[in-house]
Design a protein around this ligand. Structure first.
Ligand code: NDP
Length: 500
């Protein structure tokens, strides 16, 4: 695939190192959200295809686990190099398939490249622990071993980055993978699998099964031979997956929604705060799990902040993300557009004041694209639905507060706990805030987005279930701890008993 505009692509399964289709072929269209046009088709697979993928993975994993981890890591290094060579091409596919503007698409591909090199480094570490035994002539250590078969289920909003957060640590850890990408974004999945293929990953170590969540996703979660599920997506789906995994005693890592806030204190650099809010709220058209959807502002600077935000929002050009001058792309599809618009209606009914936006846009050139105006509400009360529920679109609610303490309380008064941010010049507040904000990620004098891959990524409360993607912590999802005792005394030594 070159840098050309995409059309007529067909995405099928990749099982046991072969691009394959089932006997009965059924497809759904892949739509470019900027134009509303079909750019290809995705195969809709069934449970039987998942079974085939698991069989292939089981066979491959046994051998893969015996490849020394530094050699497994070499492969990831090659994956990173290929991604780097193809960065621009991948970014252009991403923009056409998912809609985010090209600059952000490049950033997302770069995140995958960073993850490849970072996890390649982990192949030469995968550190365990040694510790003294309580007995003489006995050695004690704990080591990481692969979990086995990993089921990966990913959303459409970061179609390549999230896949790399999960598949790279799984693969370097000696596991084999069965991956179901979002139905909206199979092209990026296919490109990543092609890169694994080119890098020389043995057949069966990664398997791609395309299809719906209810068919393929559910079959992966229910499969008795899949040992761990790593899921990123909505709370609704994550909860059902957790219930199933609970019943099956299956390990599950969940990364779900957010209701992230930027706090702007009375001493904040307002120019910087406006830039941070704009980038966090309207980047990826508000469809990031870390998107800023609440601005908690000290009442003494509220009016100034609103004025500056309104001026800045006027410059946000809306359109096809392939155009370098466009700042805000489309949302993913028609139902997302409707859901966002419904929330705007709810906000108005609840008594929030609409300052800007609030409408579906009929784009002059791309009349079938899915565009929503960047939208700003003010005088929002913390308990209103628009201040509590994830909208996942370009809609921001300004919530005025009287003090630092109230700002923290409002920030923490939601069921989610992914990301938060504070703009202030007061060092005492900075340290109190990073202690008291109850999210998995905290930013100081920056918006709510901008994670770097060598730090753990994930949220508290309703956002997750205690695991983390990326960072060395990701390895805990994909490896088991094994404790090994080597007794070289030549006699029976009983722990806790023969300790004198
Ligand atoms: P969904 O939960 O709708 O879908 C996520 C994935 O799950 C898709 O591949 C989907 O398949 C699949 N799926 C759907 N139903 C089932 C099922 N019953 N069993 C198994 N799998 C299923 O989320 P979205 O794709 O709409 O993504 C947006 C959500 O993701 C937002 O809530 C966002 O906050 C969250 N997110 C969280 C992140 C984090 O790290 N915390 C990062 C990025 C996004 P299909 O596509 O076929 O429906």
């Amino acid at each position: 695939m070159s840098n050309a505009v995409i059309s007529g692509e067909k995405v099928v399964n990749y099982i046991n190192g072969e691009w394959t289709v089932p006997v009965k072929e059924k497809y759904a269209a892949i739509i470019n959200p900027a134009t509303g046009e079909a750019i290809g088709d995705i195969l809709l697979s069934s449970k039987e295809d998942v079974d085939l993928a698991v069989e292939a993975a089981k066979k491959a994993q046994k051998k893969w686990a015996l490849v020394p981890a530094p050699q497994r890591a070499e492969l990831l290094y090659r994956v990173g190099l290929i991604m780097k060579e193809r960065k621009e091409e991948l970014a252009r596919i991403l923009t056409q398939e998912m809609g985010k503007v090209i600059e952000e698409a490049r950033g997302e591909v770069q995140e995958g490249i960073d993850m490849a090199f970072y996890m390649a480094g982990e192949g030469r570490r995968l550190f365990g622990n040694t510790t003294p035994s309580e007995l003489k002539d006995k050695f004690a250590m704990s080591i990481r071993v692969p979990v086995g078969i990993v089921g990966i289920i990913t959303p459409w909003n970061f179609p390549i980055a999230i896949a790399t957060w999960k598949s790279f640590p799984a693969i370097v850890g000696g596991n084999a993978v069965v991956w179901k990408p979002a139905t909206e974004t199979p092209l990026m999945a296919r490109e990543l699998v092609k890169i694994f293929e080119e890098a020389g990953l043995p057949k069966g170590v990664i398997n791609l099964v395309c299809g719906s969540g209810s068919q393929v996703g559910n079959a992966i979660v229910e499969h008795p031979d899949i040992d761990v599920i790593s899921f990123t997506g909505s709370n609704e789906v994550g909860r059902t997956i957790a219930e199933t995994c609970g019943r099956l005693l299956k390990r599950v890592s969940l990364e779900m929604g957010g209701k992230n806030a930027v706090i702007v204190m009375d001493d904040a650099d307002l120019t910087l705060a406006v830039e941070g809010i704009l980038w966090s709220a309207f980047g990826t058209s508000g469809q990031r799990c870390t998107a800023c959807s609440r601005v908690i502002v000290h009442e003494s600077v509220k009016e100034q902040l609103e004025e500056r935000l309104l001026v800045a929002m006027e410059k946000l050009t809306l359109g096809n993300g392939l155009d370098e001058s466009v700042k805000v792309g489309p949302v993913i599809n028609g139902s997302a557009l409707q859901k966002i618009h419904e929330y705007v209606g709810i906000g108005k009914d609840e008594g929030a004041k609409l300052l800007a936006g609030g409408s579906i846009v009929k784009h002059e050139e791309y009349t079938n694209g899915y565009y929503y105006e960047p939208t700003l509400f003010t005088d929002v009360k913390p308990d209103m639905r628009i201040a509590q529920e994830e909208i996942f679109g370009p809609v921001v609610s300004i919530i005025p507060v009287k003090s630092f303490e109230e700002a923290i309380e409002v920030n923490n008064g939601v069921t989610y706990g992914l990301s938060s941010s504070i703009f202030t010049r007061d060092v005492n507040r900075v340290f109190a805030a990073q202690r008291d904000l109850d999210t998995g990620i905290v930013y100081v004098n920056a918006g709510t987005t901008g994670a770097e891959i060598h730090l753990p990524f994930g949220g508290t409360k309703g956002t997750g279930n205690g695991h983390r993607d990326s960072g060395v912590q990701a390895l805990d999802v994909f490896t088991e701890w094994k404790s090994v005792y080597v007794d070289y005394s030549g006699k029976l030594q009983r722990a806790q008993i023969d300790v004198e």
